[in-house]
Design a protein around this ligand. Structure first.
Ligand code: ZN
Length: 266
């Protein structure tokens, strides 16, 4: 009997369009804490202070926001891609990846080597900062330097508008282009692989459903059960890194066999 790893590798090998969907569970394996979990920064800050409306309307809120954001940014900056990020980047090099839709803001898919045009960052990115007035973008490191020098709530060099990390905050609308693109990619793929997402944060969590309804095979790789496990074609409750590494090895083996005309079937 085939293992689930073999089966998923075979599906990737034969799929025309594979979409990978990633969440916080992927990056915890790179040492980035899941901020919603106990002991995370939300235990020390009041989330209500970080609603987008407050950020816009109050200098004090902006200062508090930047204090928290700086605390969250430090472990992200140091984090390195793990085996799962690297496997996903390798899938792209092998021509076996249509796109990555991610809920993560840590930029690790890009650090791992995926092309920017293949990565849809649904919740934005913490690696950039944007001006809320003129939309000018800045490199995060450059702005963090100002914070280190004592600036409490940085402002735009061009227009003086408030600067905010380019992530989506509570109360802030989802980015329209990225969300549309993610729905479209989900509906057009024939294989949808969820990695490290508990699939509870909407609208992102509805994308596997969109894919499944459009006829794609659904694979879920997550340590804990998700609300979509019952409808998935394969479910692996395990760590993302080692699982994706095994799938990748198996996939490469399959590609070599196919090149040699041996075929591995599905
Ligand atoms: Zn500006």
């Amino acid at each position: 009997m085939k293992s689930e790893i073999d089966e998923v590798a075979g599906w990737i090998l034969n799929a025309k369009r594979t979409v990978v969907f990633t969440g916080a569970g992927l990056s915890t394996e790179s040492g980035i804490p899941d901020f919603r979990s106990p002991g995370g920064v939300w235990d020390r800050y009041n989330p209500e202070d970080f609603y987008f409306q407050k950020f816009i309307s109050s200098e004090v809120s902006r200062q508090k926001y930047w204090q928290m954001a700086t605390e969250m940014y430090e472990p992200m900056k140091r984090a390195q891609p793990n085996l799962a990020h690297l496997a996903i980047a390798e899938m792209e090099r092998l021509g076996k990846l249509d796109s990555v839709i991610t809920q993560n803001v840590d930029g690790l898919h890009l650090k791992a080597g995926n092309s920017p045009e293949k990565v849809i960052e649904l919740h934005g990115t913490a690696m950039r900062v944007s001006c809320l007035h003129c939309q000018r973008r800045y490199d995060r490191e450059m702005i963090q330097k100002r914070i280190k020098e004592g600036v409490k709530a940085p402002a735009c060099d061009d227009c003086g508008g408030p600067l905010k990390p380019a992530t989506i905050s509570f109360g802030q609308a989802m980015p329209e282009t990225e969300t549309q693109q993610a729905y479209s990619l989900s509906s057009l793929c024939d294989l949808f692989i969820v990695i490290g997402s508990s699939l509870v944060v909407h609208p992102a969590a509805s994308m596997p459903l969109v894919a499944k309804k459009a006829g794609a095979k659904l694979v879920i790789i997550n340590r804990d059960p998700t609300p979509y496990d019952d409808m998935a074609d394969a479910v692996i409750h395990d760590q993302a890194g080692p699982t994706m590494d095994s799938i990748l090895k198996n996939l490469k083996h399959g590609l070599v066999s196919r090149d040699q005309g041996l075929g591995i079937g599905d």
